[in-house]
Design a protein around this ligand. Sequence first.
Ligand SMILES: NC(=O)c1ccc[n+]([C@@H]2O[C@H](COP(=O)([O-])OP(=O)(O)OC[C@H]3O[C@@H](n4cnc5c(N)ncnc54)[C@H](OP(=O)(O)O)[C@@H]3O)[C@@H](O)[C@H]2O)c1
Length: 272
Amino acid sequence: MNEERLEAGFLGAGNMGQALIAGLVRSGVQPEAIGFAEPDADRAAAVRARFPGLVLLAPRQLARRVRTLVLAVKPQILPELALDLTAEVASADPLVISVAAGIGTERLGDWLGPQTRIVRAMPNTPALIGAGITGLYASPLATDADRKTADRLLGAVGATVWLEDEERMHAVTATSGSGPAYVFLLIEAMTRAAQRLGLDEATARQLTLATIGGATRLAQESDTDPGELRARVTSPGGTTERAIRVFETSGFAELVAEAMEAAAARSRELGG
Ligand SMILES: NC(=O)c1ccc[n+]([C@@H]2O[C@H](COP(=O)([O-])OP(=O)(O)OC[C@H]3O[C@@H](n4cnc5c(N)ncnc54)[C@H](OP(=O)(O)O)[C@@H]3O)[C@@H](O)[C@H]2O)c1
C-alpha cells in the first residue's frame, strides 16, 4: 500500500491518450512516473515500446496509485469502467481529467463519487503533433492547483481555453473538437477541384495545404479582422470576387452554421 504515487495515469492509451503521454514526456515528466491501463496485450506492448519505462497497471491499481487520473477511453465504455473505480477514487482521491466527448462532470461524479475533483477537457487531433487546442472546464470541487495541473497536462499538446460554464463545452466540441475534420474536408475539396482544373495531385495538394496553412498564420499574426483580410484579396471584378460570389450565393456561411449546430446537438445527445 506504500507504493509511490505516480504523477499521472491514463485509462486508455489510444490516439488521445498517447498524444497526452507524449506531451508529458516532452515536458520533462519521466515515463516511470506515468501509468497506463490497456486491456490488449499487443497494444500495451506497443505503447511501452514507444515510451520505455511507462508503468502498465490494471484500472483499479492505476486509480489507486496516481495523483491525476486521465480518462481517455471511448465515451461508450466509460460508464462501466468508471463505476468499477468508485472505491479506489474515493480512497486515493486523484484529480480526474476526462477527455471523453459529451460526458458532463455531473455524470462523471455520479459514477466516480460526489467528492471527486473533476476537470473536463475537449482536445482535438492536432494535439498529436503538439498543435492542438483544448477547451477545459473544472467542476466546483476542483482546486486552483487542479486547474494548474490540467492546464499543464493539456498545455503540453497545444493551447488551452478555460470555460466557466460547462454548457459551452458543446460549442467547443462543435468548433475545435470536430473542427479539424471540417478543414480536412476543405483540403480534400480544394485538392480535387484543383485537379479538375488540370493540376496533378501532388501539386494540387501542395498548393492547397500551403494556402490553408499560410492564410491561417496570416490571420493569426495579423491584427486585421479575417473579413478585412478577405476584402483585401478580393479586388472588384477579379477572380477571387467571382469565386466568393459563388460561395455566398450558395449559402456557405449558413451551411457551416448548420453543420456546427448539428455537431453541438450530437454532443448534447451523447451527454444524455
Ligand atoms: N481523437 C480525438 O480527436 C478526440 C478529441 C477529443 C476527445 N477525444 C476523446 O478521447 C477519448 C479517446 O479517444 P481516442 O480517439 O484516443 O480513442 P482510441 O484511439 O480508441 O483510444 C481508446 C483506448 O482505450 C483503450 N481501452 C478500451 N477499453 C479499455 C479498458 N477497459 N481499460 C483501459 N483501456 C481501454 C482502447 O484499447 P483497445 O483499442 O485495445 O480497445 C484504446 O487504446 C474518447 O473519449 C474521445 O471522445 C478524442
